[in-house]
Design a protein around this ligand. Structure first.
Ligand SMILES: Nc1nc2c(ncn2[C@@H]2O[C@H](COP(=O)(O)OP(=O)(O)OP(=O)(O)O)[C@@H](O)[C@H]2O)c(=O)[nH]1
Ligand SMILES: [Mg+2]
Length: 392
């Protein structure tokens, strides 16, 4: 796959910190030969968190360092002093990041808001020092707890852009031209198919300082679900849009048929895409005359439609009205609530996951780290932590 700065899929290794062990120290001072247990507690291991950050638009920054370690908790020590807590790690991700377990495909969590913090891996609890057991362990004064182990996991992060309206159409349908006509986004426009290779977002302002977000994605062709053209992987970026704007050029031979091909490809990608509201824009309508528009209108699919031209501005205001109305309609609000942030959270099928990893070039080996350290914890031995102070 060609290198690109638009990274919407990464696999990384994450590990929380292990808990520090409790100390089994016995107090011995000059005039206190048998001071009893005074070992402090171990510190807690650091957690690994995800944090939504609106300054990030892609997952590119995660490609540079694919290992995230939180710090281990420090061990407890004498005189009841506790070990230091391990350092927490925050992984900053763009809003719209969905996280899966890379080995099982299990859906883990979803970060949608700027500043939202989600706990991914919890650090181990620190062990209690023998000071805590001083009465219970008169028989075994040197009993202290080991710290709890760390957790580690290989995760997949997938970015699904958060937009209200997603543009769906064949290559060359005029999607990017529309986005640049209604927003300040400047996607590349040209008269050949697959001009757009990466999704882009634009903010469309509407009356009274309101606005909605529109996502332009690469064109879809018949057979995209079998990998033709650029395939369907970009569809994930309109998966959580509440409304899909289908775009078919007015000079298309059979508008209805093209619409149905698009619909069919979406359904193959994810049947739940069909639950979204749909609007149809017949683009490049400056190429049509009144009569033709009349004629075409009679055989259109049963969804709200608008004849538009991004070049002359024809129908653009009306289109915005229709989009706004549909976005704010009761049924759309209900849909948004039931989908919870409009996403279909599903575990990934393992076969599918393997193919996906390969397709995204993310199937290279990222090692699980430090297996020994984990074994270390099992061989935990109580600390022989005596002061050197000579006994009298
Ligand atoms: N006459 C006319 N031409 C248009 C209109 N909108 C777009 N075009 C032309 O159609 C061609 C394709 O436009 P794009 O916006 O790049 O199409 P796209 O759907 O983004 O195409 P891909 O990125 O390849 O999927 C360009 O040459 C545009 O100038 C329109 O309203 N009227
Ligand atoms: Mg385009």
């Amino acid at each position: 796959m060609a290198e690109s700065n638009f990274v919407d899929y990464v696999k990384i290794y994450c590990r929380s910190g292990k808990g520090g062990r409790g100390s089994a120290h016995m107090r011995r001072a000059k005039y206190v030969p048998n001071g009893g247990p005074d070992g402090g507690n171990g510190g807690r291991g650091g957690n690994v968190y995800l944090r939504g950050n609106r300054n990030y638009w892609t997952l590119l920054h995660l490609r540079y360092d694919r290992h995230v370690f939180a710090g281990h908790g420090g061990n407890g020590s004498k005189a009841r002093s506790s070990g230091k807590d391990g350092e927490d790690k925050y992984i900053d991700v763009p809003c719209g990041t969905v996280v899966y377990n890379a080995e099982t495909g299990e859906y883990l969590c979803d970060v949608t808001e700027d500043g939202q913090v989600v706990l991914l891996l919890k650090g181990g609890r620190g062990g209690l020092g023998n000071w805590n057991f001083r009465t219970a362990t008169n028989q075994a004064p040197r009993y202290a707890q080991p710290g709890e182990p760390m957790q580690e996991m290989m995760v997949i992060m997938e970015l699904k852009l958060l937009a209200d309206v997603g543009l769906v159409g064949f290559p060359n349908a005029g999607k990017s031209t529309l986005l640049s006509a209604v927003s300040s986004a400047r996607p590349k426009i040209a008269n050949y198919p697959f001009t757009t290779l990466e999704p882009s977002l634009g903010i469309v302002s509407y009356r009274d300082n309101q606005s909605f977000v529109m996502a332009d994605i690469p064109g879809i062709i018949e057979g995209a679900s079998e990998g033709k053209g650029l395939g369907l992987r970009f569809l994930r970026h309109i998966e959580r849009n509440s409304l899909l704007l289908f775009m078919v050029p007015g000079d298309t031979e059979d508008i209805r048929k093209e619409y149905e091909i698009l619909l069919n490809e979406l359904a193959t990608f994810n049947p739940e895409m069909l639950d979204k509201q749909r609007v149809l824009a017949i683009t490049k309508s400056d190429l049509l005359d009144e009569e033709l528009i009349q004629m075409l209108s009679e055989n259109l699919p049963d969804v709200p439609h608008v004849f538009i031209s991004s070049v002359t501005g024809m129908g653009i205001a009306e289109l915005k009205d229709v989009l706004w109305r549909e976005l704010n309609s009761e049924s759309n609000k209900l849909q948004a609530i039931t989908d919870q942030s409009r996403i279909v959270h599903k575990n990934k099928d393992l076969n599918f996951l393997q193919n996906e990893l390969k397709a995204m070039g993310e199937d290279e080996d990222i090692q699980f780290v430090d297996e020994e350290e984990i074994e270390d914890l099992d061989d935990f031995e109580y600390e022989e932590d005596w002061d050197d102070e000579p006994q009298k």
